[in-house]
Write a protein that binds this ligand. Structure first.
Ligand code: ATP
Ligand code: MG
Length: 416
């Protein structure tokens, strides 16, 4: 038997109602804030992620689904299944000259992402992200807008006990000084760092703070190193930006804690970075990761445009929310006259009611049993009903039966 690939999952049955509900809440919250949905392709040129996610990241180094496609002409192109969606949205933003519209330009998305990682609870190879990207605003108003929408969306799906962790990485100026200090203080330990961190040391030393390796963690815990990490290296301008953001968050009663170790996985972040976590999720505790990426648009060939966004793991949200009970259909048409049952079903559906009828010409009692399981009402179309042109309507919860004169009355009765 052929089975689903490791790290992938079929989503069906009772789960679907909750998935739709999560999607609808995202749509409401983000559209109410003037964000437009964007659907970018599932695959992109590999180079987009190499540059746009960054070649010191785990994503690019270990987790990408990359393959070559040739076609008849055998002109090989390397493509990659998107591991995240910021790079794709930025590519689209540049390609369609969306910077010509007046800022801010605001987008939200919902869709599958692909990362080749070790599957475990809350970690899959195909998973879904919902997220937003906001372009064109360098002021902290954009930062608060994005964090506020993240928490509003989480609240809308009943998640209000989550912690927002916040940090500022500074701008390219202050980041450079920090990078140098981190490199200096870690230089004596270079041989003890894991192989990944040896590479990070050269390419993006800040990412070492994010390393999950136990030995690297131990080194980072050393007093003289901690001191450097926690030292205030942020320039005045970045400090002002960060403190304005914090003031707005205080004003909105959004609880947060500043975590100076928070650097986040992607290479392109600057200034504000944040993560939202739930203790209830165990070791895969992050439901949301976001940050500012003022340099990315230009780096990918567009005109310099500040930007900020976040992405949330939908499977992790799914695990946290109270599940939605799937709705029963409005009606089940119970009849031995299949032709009449079909005609009535179509008419009801055209009036925006959910209806099923018996496709197997089963006995009346069997049809009623099925109806009781799946529908709110049975419409009984027996010989008398058809001959004399009326409906018998049975409330399947109470068992109560009513005679309904015509189609219009049926619709009105149901509406009540
Ligand atoms: P983690 O540290 O858990 O690997 P990350 O930093 O790689 O997270 P991001 O790239 O910031 O994650 O993605 C944002 C969110 O997407 C995460 O907070 C998480 O909820 C979700 N996510 C990331 N990778 C996976 C995965 N493999 N399976 C399920 N959800 C994921
Ligand atoms: Mg990861």
């Amino acid at each position: 038997m052929i089975k689903a690939q490791r790290g992938t999952k079929d989503i069906f049955g009772d789960e679907i109602a909750t998935w739709h509900w999560i999607f609808e809440n995202a749509k409401n919250i983000f559209q109410n804030a003037g964000f437009n949905e964007i659907k970018t392709p599932i695959f992109e040129a590999t180079e987009l992620f190499n540059r746009g996610v960054g070649d010191s990241t785990d994503i690019v180094n270990k987790e990408m689904y990359t393959f070559s496609v040739g076609g008849v002409e055998k002109k090989e192109t390397s493509i990659t299944l998107r591991p995240e969606n910021t790079a794709g949205v930025v590519r689209s933003f540049i390609e369609h000259n969306l910077n010509r519209q007046s800022p801010p330009q605001k987008f939200w998305y919902f869709g599958p992402m692909f990362r080749y990682e070790r599957p475990q609870a809350g970690r899959q190879r195909q998973f879904h992200q919902v997220g937003i990207e906001l372009f064109g605003i360098k002021e902290p108003t954009a930062d608060v807008e994005v964090i506020m929408l993240a928490t509003d969306f989480l609240n809308s799906i009943g998640l209000n006990n989550l912690t927002v962790e916040l940090n500022t990485l500074g701008c390219s100026k202050c980041k450079d000084g920090y990078r140098k200090s981190i490199k200096n203080i870690l230089a004596p330990y270079l041989n003890e760092l894991c192989n990944d961190c040896k590479i990070r040391y050269e390419k993006n030393p800040l990412r070492i703070l994010d390393c999950k390796n136990e030995n690297c963690q131990k080194i980072l815990e050393k007093d003289e190193i901690k001191e450097i990490i926690l030292k205030d290296y942020i320039c005045d301008e970045c400090k002002e930006h960060f403190s304005e953001l914090k003031n707005y968050l205080d004003e909105l009663n959004i609880r947060y804690s500043v975590n100076k170790m928070l650097v986040r996985g992607l290479d392109y972040y600057n200034r504000t970075v944040f993560e939202i976590k739930s203790e209830a999720l165990g070791s895969q505790s992050a439901v949301c990761g976001g940050g500012r990426y003022d340099g990315l648009v230009e780096m990918l060939g567009g005109t310099s445009t500040p930007a900020i966004g976040f992405a949330m793991g939908v499977e992790r949200l799914y695990n946290l929310v109270n599940k939605i009970t799937p709705q029963k259909t409005d009606f089940f048409v119970v009849s031995n006259n299949t032709k009449e049952a079909i005609k009535l079903s179509q008419k009801l559906r055209q009036n925006n009611k959910s209806v099923e009828f018996d496709l197997q010409k089963r006995k009346f009692t069997k049809q009623l049993e099925k109806a009781a399981k799946t529908a709110k009402y049975a419409i009984i179309l027996g010989d008398d009903e058809i001959k004399q042109n009326f409906y018998s309507l049975k409330n399947l919860a109470s068992g109560e039966q009513t005679t309904i004169k015509n189609f219009e009355e049926l619709i009105n009765y149901y509406a009540k």
